[in-house]
Design a protein around this ligand. Structure first.
Ligand code: SF4
Ligand code: SF4
Length: 427
């Protein structure tokens, strides 16, 4: 085990609130890695809560469900944090009360294929940010030796995963059991950073009672550092194995799943509940009170302010979807919560003052990149929309840590254009 060093618990590690029904929901068809979902409803249709409104388009794609009983009122281009604008299903909820999903019977009798089908049908994607379809990740072409459960959440400010571990640890472990039934690893490592003190107390309790049927389960408490939560970094820290350039964790016998994804798998398998809501951190010094809130997928941020759930203390000069390092700057409050959205930051200062300047070839981004990439070259290829060249320079290996943008003296928007390249590169 790595050395345990106690760091400060995030100040807004408060119990979660729930935001029920927004007036409108905006659900982009592109909210996962891979091909956008295909619409399977029509304008003016009334859909039930949890009903599929768009289905997978190919294997690397995901299903999308109605977060509420609602009427489809529009299909249009709408704000999207990564793509800026994207095709979106707009719905008007018509029921205010919370609908409960019925527990599934005989979960223990389900075989691998049945579990995978449930995960596919319920539109589960990785919730740590990349939103890779989970059914694809759980169908590896090679044997997985080590399953790593990622509770690191290393970005400053964000702590929805930490809170989820504090409040829903039993459910997370049941999700991990499901994963183990599908991929049958030899060992499970639960990794968490040492600043998540409340979650760690709960984890020690779970480990002491040995309640779950998991092979060679170990807890690794890592020193808080950035970018510890990247899956390639985690594999290196925990197993001393390097994922090859252009490769995947499965190339070194590992699979990494975020704790929120494990929770979503639990809900899908035990309740047949699709991924229609998630826990989101709202933080930053411009807010009167930072919060962790359960929000329906597709909820535009302005709804939380209009309904008084969130309040500004200062005028926000910078809004970020995600954390300060990997997040994307937003220009208004119309952007919706997506399946991969862990948080929004509202900052009183615009820390990236000024316009971006030209590359002065200082090499800082190249020196500091933890994946040994040349961000400046990928950025140039992406700006020329030469996605193939960006791929040759290794855009797929970028873990989107944001360090290159952070160190760039001319404030080039490197990580944003590399993200674009990753999305646009033909698979
Ligand atoms: S965001 Fe930049 S520094 Fe981080 S891995 Fe990608 S290219 Fe490297
Ligand atoms: S850090 Fe910025 S200025 Fe320096 S090489 Fe990279 S992109 Fe160019």
């Amino acid at each position: 085990m790595l050395k345990v060093t106690k760091s400060e618990e995030p100040k807004h590690n408060l119990p979660c609130e729930k935001f029920l029904t927004p007036r409108k929901l905006y659900l982009p068809l592109s909210q996962h890695t891979g091909k956008p979902s295909k619409i399977c409803v029509n304008l003016q249709d009334t859909v039930e809560r949890g009903q599929a409104i768009a289905v997978e388009d190919g294997f690397i794609s995901s299903r999308l469900h109605a977060p509420e009983k609602a009427k489809i009122i529009d299909i249009c281009e709408w704000y999207h944090p990564v793509l800026k604008k994207a095709k979106c299903i707009v719905m008007e909820p018509i029921e205010e009360q919370e609908h409960k999903f019925t527990p599934r019977e005989k979960v223990n009798n389900l075989d691998k294929e049945a579990l995978l089908k449930i995960i596919t049908d319920n539109g589960i994607v990785g919730m740590g940010g990349a939103a890779f379809p989970t059914h694809v990740k759980l169908s590896p072409p090679k044997k997985i030796e080590t399953l790593i459960i990622n509770g690191c959440e290393c970005e400053p400010y964000l702590n929805s995963d930490s809170r989820l571990m504090t409040e829903k640890l039993d459910e997370i472990f049941k999700g991990v059991e499901v994963i183990c039934r599908i991929i049958e690893p030899k060992e499970v490592i639960f990794a968490v950073e040492d600043n998540k003190t409340e979650a760690i107390k709960k984890l020690h309790l779970v480990f002491s009672i040995k309640k779950y049927k998991l092979p060679n389960l170990t807890l690794k408490i890592l020193k808080t550092a950035y970018p510890q939560g990247g899956e390639k970094q985690l594999i290196y820290f925990l197993k001393n194995r390097k994922v090859p350039a252009g490769g995947l964790p499965l190339d070194v016998g590992c699979l990494v799943h975020n704790v929120a994804t494990c929770f979503a798998i639990y809900e899908a398998v035990y309740f047949d509940k699709p991924l229609i809501e998630r826990l989101v951190t709202f933080a930053g010094d411009a807010l009167a009170q930072p919060k962790n809130i359960w929000v329906k997928i597709g909820t535009p941020i302005y709804e939380l302010f209009d309904k008084g759930i969130l309040r500004f203390k200062n005028e926000p000069r910078k809004i970020i979807c995600g954390g300060p390092m990997m997040g994307i700057a937003l220009d208004n409050l119309n952007y919706p919560v997506l399946k991969g959205t862990g948080g929004f930051l509202f900052l009183s200062e615009n820390y990236s003052l000024g316009e971006e300047g030209p590359c002065i070839r200082c090499g800082s981004c190249v020196r500091e990149c933890p994946m040994s990439l040349m961000p400046t070259l990928i950025d140039l290829a992406a700006r020329n929309e030469n996605w193939q060249l960006a791929a040759i320079y290794g855009s797929a290996d970028c873990i989107e840590c944001g360090i290159c943008s952070y160190v760039c003296p001319t404030r080039r928007w490197l990580v944003q254009s590399i993200k674009q390249a990753k999305i646009k590169t033909p698979k």
